[in-house]
Design a protein around this ligand. Sequence first.
Ligand code: ZN
Length: 287
Amino acid sequence: MQQDYKTLIIYVLTLFVVVLLIVLKKQQDHLEELRDEVVETEVNTIDPDTLNQQSDEEPSKITQVPIRGVIGLIIDDFGYRNDHVSNGFLKLPGKLTYAIIPGHDHSQLFSKKAYDAGYEIIVHMPMENIGNTYGEEEYVLMSYFQDDEIRNRIRSAFENLPESVGLNNHQGSRGTADPRVMTLLAGVIKEKKKFFIDSRTASNSLAETTMRKYNVPTNKRNIFLDNELDEQKIKTQLLKLADVAEDKGIAIGIGHVKPQTLSVLEKELPILEEKGFRFEFVSKLVY
Ligand SMILES: [Zn+2]
């Protein structure tokens, strides 16, 4: 009898331990579920909408600045140099147009570098001046040349700089006032489907009227930035250019590959952009 009693106690105790183990296991499972829920809740508290709102805020501030004027800025005379000054122009912000004289030591290399850096390229065509005309013997357009010589020189200038989409004149106070030269120029530009920007080196330039006559997209320079290589004067000219853009909607300026011009543009372009002036490739400003 005593033996039976002992066995019963052992059974009861075993049963108790088994039940206890089951309860403990259930509690552990429940705790794990709870922990998972907490982790999920924490993750859900980062609302993706809130993130979007934060990232949307900054661009909307920029677009709130009203556009005050559009500026087409051409930098002339690339091709002579390939150094820290010309390379400095490849770091400027905005859609700028770089005019390259064909046939110089660095013309083709710089044209490719500037194009790859996202700038617009045009041919800076050497044309006859009143008085002395120096250099660029291979390309310069002289008024005494035969028609074919003039056409061939313009064609080979475009071929020398395959990245170019248009043309403006380097010097040319005599050339742009010569109706035959300008008519030949208009013919080749039309044939090549390019455009012409008149640098306005002569007050009696026939460029615009000739281009209009032959339906070549064109426009002209409003302001020269750096006739005097003095940073304060260059800044004054740049602000004048912005004033013209604000008055007329669009203005075209021309500067040159000079350290003083680069220094002013590095400082002033971001400020003008902040004030609401937009820089645009001149190919978009011809009509
Ligand atoms: Zn020039």
